[in-house]
Design a binder for this molecule. Structure first.
Ligand code: NAD
Length: 506
């Protein structure tokens, strides 16, 4: 074991001890709450699948308590001035920055993401809060729309208490991304984190209190989707659900929320194409292709999991790619040298390994990886994997694998690239690499995806819309788009006093 890993493990242990020593509670109405049923579940670290401690398994009653707390806190929080909300949320961001090391160490151990990325994710969490804190004073702003004899103006008001349900891939960053705009808008929140990675949600909830958020504004209930998550989507006090997770779960969210007519925003899966043309900048394209599938353990909704590469460079590009993939450093997530950590859970590893069999059955070539990394012990370690000789009709090209697994498919021309890229049920992201700017624009227009990057990896601009088309979701996050989701828009129409009113019965 190298020195830096040993040091990080020691530091992580000091932060993890509390989770090992006592049951991780819910956080309801400003305080930790053990849960009404007393039921718990075991939280495993992907590094070796040993326990990081027990976590309270929330029931419908716990959700009810949390939702009622959020409902009671809503009137005062929604009337708190934007400037005051800005102050509190900026304080929150500062506290996250101060706790960044603790957050990143705990997060890495809990979800297996390499520490090099989790440090950045903690910083991004703080940035999300600062961004929306600064927007809080303008959250209610609207338009003024003039007619000859009437003045219309619109204004936005917070929709009410909202539910936020998050996945396990980058739990801390994603939670801040969904919760910060809700609080800035004046909504109160009940958060249900993923059962595979609950720890950073508790750090967030604690920080909310330290930042001065009033009791009941931020509530967290741990537990399983089918029980706690479902109860949250069905609770009458909750006016909207912000959900991030799998496409199939998204359909459950819609169904479950229907009876109480909630507004929903679902950010779901993807099978995103990265299209590399013959005239692309070879090295930059190669760097981006590698980064966008093998960073964050490939457990990334915007990962470019389908490589479409033009015939003229396919041979050279795939050879270079293969070499790079074989050189990726797989290791313990707390080792600063590690580029690829263990997958979240043995069940997920098993699912991903199933695609190795699928590749063989359909006669694709496993050009790199395809096997577990036995020398790293009992954790969920997998060698980064590259499939060649694939066709877009194969299972490995159609289904979201959500791991460090890339499927490469050749194409002849622009027309075929568009056809292959769009031949998918998903529509989250697309990446285009070309030296021809006109072609870049034409491709961006033609791709059926909520987000297209030309000659770039995923670069996030916080005011820009984030979200997908087709089976990748409904709704957009980011800047004002987030406020549109968490707020109602009211139109007020005032007459100049000069127009003719239709007369009846005079
Ligand atoms: P998941 O759908 O299994 O779980 C997500 C959350 O939903 C968890 O908190 C879970 O407990 C909860 N849940 C499950 N069933 C529920 C139900 N019936 N009612 C209410 N809540 C329920 O997803 P996952 O496996 O945790 O995450 C991986 C998925 O997330 C991938 O498909 C990935 O593409 C997607 N994702 C999408 C984005 C995006 O922005 N589009 C971002 C990150 C991850």
């Amino acid at each position: 074991m190298n020195g830096q890993l040993a040091e990080n493990l020691k530091k992580a242990e000091t932060h993890l001890r509390r989770f090992r020593d006592s049951v991780t509670a819910h956080y309801i109405n400003g305080e930790p709450s053990p849960g009404i049923s007393g039921e718990t579940f075991d939280n495993l670290t992907p590094t070796d699948n040993t326990s990081l401690g027990l976590v309270a398994a929330g029931s419908a009653q716990d959700i009810d308590r949390a939702c009622r707390a959020a409902q009671e806190a809503f009137p005062a929080w929604s009337r708190t001035s934007g400037k005051e909300r800005r102050k509190i949320l900026n304080r929150f961001a500062g506290l996250v920055e101060r706790r960044a090391e603790e957050i990143s160490l705990v997060e890495s151990m809990d979800c297996g993401q390499p520490i090099r990325f989790m440090r950045a994710a903690a910083a991004r969490g703080a940035e999300n809060f600062r961004f929306f804190a600064d927007k809080a004073p303008e959250a209610g702003d609207g338009l003024s729309l003039h007619q000859d004899q009437h003045l219309n103006y619109t204004k936005r008001t917070p929709i009410g208490p909202v539910g936020v349900i998050t996945p396990w891939n980058t739990p801390f960053m994603l939670s801040t991304w969904k919760i910060a705009p809700a609080l800035a808008a004046g909504c109160t929140v009940v958060h249900k984190p993923a059962e595979f990675s609950p720890l950073s949600a508790m750090l967030l909830a604690e920080t909310s209190r330290e930042a001065g958020l009033p009791d009941g504004v931020w509530n967290t209930v741990n537990g399983f989707g089918e029980s706690a998550g479902k109860a949250l989507t069905e609770h009458p006090a909750i006016k909207a659900i912000g959900f991030v997770g799998e496409t199939v779960t998204g359909t459950h969210i819609m169904r479950q929320s229907a009876a109480t007519l909630k507004r929903i925003h679902v950010e779901l899966g993807g099978k995103n194409p990265v299209i590399v043309f013959d005239d692309a900048d070879f090295e930059r394209a190669l760097d981006a292709v590698v980064f966008m599938i093998y960073s964050l353990n490939g457990q990334r909704c915007t990962s470019s999991s389908r490589l479409l590469v033009q015939d003229g460079i396919a041979g050279r590009f795939l050879a270079a790619l293969e070499q790079r993939v074989n050189s990726i450093r797989v290791g313990h997530p707390l080792d600063p040298a590690t580029e690829l950590g263990p997958l979240i859970h043995p069940s997920h590893l098993e699912k991903v390994m199933g695609y190795m069999d699928a590749a063989r059955e359909e006669n694709a070539i496993i050009a790199a990886g395809g096997v577990r990394v036995a020398e790293l012990g009992p954790g969920n370690y997998l060698r980064p994997t590259l499939f060649r000789n694939a066709a877009n009709s194969m299972k490995i090209a159609r289904e979201e694998i959500f791991g460090p697994v890339l499927t490469a498919i050749p194409f002849a021309d622009e027309e075929e690239a568009v056809a292959l890229a769009n031949d998918t049920s998903y529509g989250l992201a697309g990446y285009v690499w070309t030296g021809d700017s006109g072609r870049g624009i034409r491709m961006a227009e033609a791709l059926e995806a909520g987000m297209v990057w030309v000659n770039s990896e995923n670069n996030r601009n916080l005011p820009s819309p984030f979200g997908g088309m087709k089976q990748s979701g409904i709704g957009r996050d980011g800047g004002d788009y987030s406020f549109d989701f968490y707020m109602e828009t009211k139109n007020v129409c005032i007459a100049h006093g000069t127009h003719r009113i239709p007369v009846l019965g005079r």
